[in-house]
Design a protein around this ligand. Structure first.
Ligand code: HAM
Length: 414
């Protein structure tokens, strides 16, 4: 018989792990809410063109990694490779923006990229992201980084820093692109084949090449901050003031350019324990809302990669109180129906097994289930209107009356 395996680049999140995910999900959502964000749930499928227009047709995400297909009516659709484009599309579509109003949205869900699977890199992965729409001031960029810093602290993550940089406004960014192009044209021979193409189409991506030689060549180009207009320099300066004041560990990194086209000005990435993969990344994208058909709306946001985050979160699973019911015989099993109902109504997890088993087998099951207590009900106990309560950790047991068993279990759990 054929046995099916998970598709390459996909992964299961199994019990034992899901608890860690749920813990992180709650911390992230609570943190976002504390900072004024409200949840948005855009769909997983969008028009392919939405991503092409926002992330950039020449980006690796669009040119190599997007999962796209035609539906039965021939529409060109794609599984979302990220969340920002969808959030902006929904923002534009939902209501006309109110001038001066700040909209803070957070989202969580699976993203899809046909990436080369390796540690921390999957083809389906989860992102937790936030987008702040309508804020132009550089302190909003600072607040985005401060939120990530808050989340990291709430998750007890240590040994992290933010790589920060600016790409300038669209005018500065395109001027800088030309500066990099001409600086690297002289080094074309040392570039890999992909980067020779990048040199023609989008030279800034050479900073991001996986090939160290290409990155070294790119490092010879002037730093972006040497080429910016005064407004862009001031914007970055004020952002730096914010993160300094907030005590957030940051390192200026002039080669940080990000692989998505929509960024303008501030960009940042979160690194932990010297790992080469960023755990989270984001930045400002002041032109995207207009480019996708909305009103002029400056914006800033970030997304956390959940798989990478989960691999560094320190988490101790706290056991919820639970009882295993060992009911032996038909009469006990019938009594058990109301016992487990009462326990669950009181918020106590209860589990049982309906097969006809002896006490030894039941105790083995109780042990496997991880229950702290085993409530034993047999014909003999029923006759005396009594149950036996066994502490699965210490092995101690006591007789308790049918009338007071619930009270006693609640007392012990407290
Ligand atoms: P991104 O850098 O493409 O940015 O992805 C953000 C994070 O998602 C990464 O730092 C990483 O943790 C995770 N990630 C990306 N690709 C993979 C993968 N193949 N496997 C596992 N994790 C992955 C964005 O997506 C932007 N939308 C972020 C943003 C929001 N910018 C502004 N607002």
């Amino acid at each position: 018989m054929d046995r099916y395996k998970k598709v390459r680049g996909m992964h299961d999140i199994m019990p034992g792990e899901t608890e860690k995910w749920q813990f992180a999900e709650t911390v992230l959502a609570d943190s976002a809410k504390l900072h004024g964000y409200r949840e948005i749930r855009p769909p997983v499928i969008e028009e392919r063109m939405l991503f092409e227009r926002s992330i950039g047709a020449s980006s690796d995400i669009i040119s190599k990694e997007i999962y796209s297909f035609q539906d039965r009516k021939g529409r060109h659709l794609a599984l979302r490779p990220e969340g920002t484009a969808s959030v902006v599309r929904a923002f534009i579509e939902s209501a006309p923006p109110i001038p001066g109003k700040i909209t803070r949205l957070y989202y969580y869900g699976p993203m899809f990229r046909y990436d080369r699977p390796q540690k921390g890199r999957y083809r389906q992965f989860y992102q937790f992201g936030v987008e702040l729409l309508g804020g132009k001031h550089p302190f909003f960029d600072g607040e985005a980084v401060a939120l990530l810093d808050f989340m990291a602290r709430k998750l007890n993550i240590t040994g992290y820093y933010f790589a920060i940089n600016t790409l300038g406004c669209p005018k500065c960014k395109s001027a800088y692109t030309e500066i990099v192009r001409s600086a690297l044209s002289a080094k074309e021979d040392s570039l890999c084949e992909d980067c020779r193409t990048r040199l023609k189409i989008s030279p800034l991506r050479i900073f991001d090449c996986k090939n160290a030689e290409c990155r070294e060549s790119a490092a010879c180009a002037p730093a972006v901050t040497e080429t910016l207009c005064k407004e862009c320099l001031d914007h970055f300066g004020e952002f730096e003031e914010y993160v300094k004041k907030a005590g957030i560990p940051c390192k200026k990194q002039s080669g940080l350019v990000r692989g998505l086209d929509y960024y303008t000005r501030t960009v940042f990435e979160l690194y932990v324990n010297g790992d080469e993969n960023a755990v989270a990344a984001g930045g400002r994208y002041d032109s995207l809302v207009r480019e996708l058909g909305g009103a002029d709306t400056p914006a800033v946001g970030f997304a956390l990669g959940m798989e990478r985050l989960i691999s560094i979160v320190n988490f101790k699973l706290e056991k919820t109180p639970s009882v295993y019911l060992a009911a032996m015989g038909k009469a006990a099993a019938l009594k058990g129906i109301s016992i487990v109902k009462e326990l669950r109504n009181e918020g106590i997890a209860a589990e049982t097994d309906y097969e006809d088993r002896g006490l030894k087998a039941h105790l083995k099951n109780a042990d496997r289930s991880g229950a702290q207590w085993c409530l034993i009900v047999g014909d003999r106990e029923l006759e005396k209107n009594e149950f036996i309560l066994k502490n699965m950790v210490t092995g101690e047991q006591e007789n308790i009356s049918e009338d007071t068993y619930l009270k006693r279990i609640k007392e012990l759990i407290k």
